[in-house]
Design a binder for this molecule. Structure first.
Ligand SMILES: [Zn+2]
Ligand SMILES: [Zn+2]
Ligand SMILES: [Zn+2]
Ligand SMILES: [Zn+2]
Length: 304
């Protein structure tokens, strides 16, 4: 987390008002005197007080080496240290450059459950290996893939599929082939327009078809692409094709769906999809260019 955390100053401010100096110092002494017992027989209380000690008082994240401390023993993570202008956020003493080796060693003897335990991960990891596991834990919840809003919902795939149905009212579609119409009047006005997401269910998985308008340099374009509701390692097992055309012309795109772990914007900005210039799209639409009427057909298949 985050050097840009807007709460940063607030958090520090709260500490200024109410520094829990005495309690923290006492805990440190107990631990440093008895790390072996702490490691071999972690009672619930000791465990949770060690966890508290390993939480940076500024950003509230778990601390990893180098862990710093002030001359009074208050700790701070290496990410926050450069941001507090050499003042301990707890007691306001000069911070200097003291490392808290004792706490780093206690942490090393420590194993904790994955933070996605509530999502089903049963793994327990040595403190220092935990971040690596968590960064690729398959139980890590996904962000809502809906593109039109900054939706804060997270969850596993079946939860998100329900959420897309119930809360975003997306079109659901069973099967691996599709034929979809995108219509918009006044296409000249469209800036960064997003159409309703379509969710496909096939091969026991879910895929999201995105279609939207955006500006690519000076050009107004539309892009259509597919995302896989799951991890990238599995997304690679699938391919998809999209076709759009009219007036005797046709554009075809073949691609590999990208995981919804990647933001929809990132995929769009890497142009990993069927890109149609607006002029071409209006030509495909026929008529008098006052209405966008595109028929996108497509297919999803599993690679052998
Ligand atoms: Zn911190
Ligand atoms: Zn201090
Ligand atoms: Zn995990
Ligand atoms: Zn959502």
């Amino acid at each position: 987390m985050t050097l840009n955390n807007p709460l940063f100053d607030d958090t520090r401010g709260n500490r200024d008002v109410d520094p829990p100096q005495n309690e923290e110092s006492t805990d440190v002494v107990e631990l440093v005197n008895d790390p072996v017992q702490t490691a071999s027989k972690p009672t619930g209380t000791v465990l949770s007080s060690v966890r508290e000690l390993l939480e940076c008082p500024v950003c509230l994240n778990a601390m990893y080496p180098p862990i710093h401390q002030c001359s009074n023993g208050h700790t701070i993570c290496s990410g926050c240290k450069p941001r507090v202008h050499n003042r301990c956020p707890t007691c306001r003493h000069e911070l200097g450059n003291i490392r808290c080796l004792a706490l780093e060693k206690v942490a090393a003897s420590f194993a904790l459950p994955c933070k996605y335990k509530e999502f089903g991960c049963i793994g327990i990891y040595p403190y220092y290996n935990k971040p690596e596991h968590e960064s690729q834990c398959s139980y890590k919840p996904y962000n809502c893939p809906y593109a039109g809003s900054e939706c804060p919902v997270v969850g596993d795939i079946s939860y998100l599929v329900n959420h897309l149905k119930e809360d975003h009212k997306v079109d659901m579609h069973n099967g691996s082939t599709f034929n979809h119409r995108y219509v918009k009047s006044n296409p000249q006005d469209v800036e960064n327009a997003t159409w309703m997401l379509t969710v496909f269910s096939c091969f026991g998985h879910f895929f999201c078809l995105h279609f939207e308008a955006f500006q690519l340099g000076m050009a107004h374009v539309y892009i259509a692409f597919l995302r896989f509701m799951g991890d990238d390692s599995e997304a690679k097992n699938y391919s998809y094709s999209l076709e759009v055309g009219g007036n005797g012309r046709k554009m075809v795109w073949q691609g590999v769906p990208r995981s919804i772990r990647e933001s929809h914007r990132k995929i769009r900005d890497s142009f990993d999809g069927l890109i149609i210039q607006r002029n071409m799209a209006l030509f495909f639409s026929g008529g008098d260019r006052n209405e966008l009427k595109l028929r996108v057909t497509g297919r999803i298949w599993k690679e052998q």
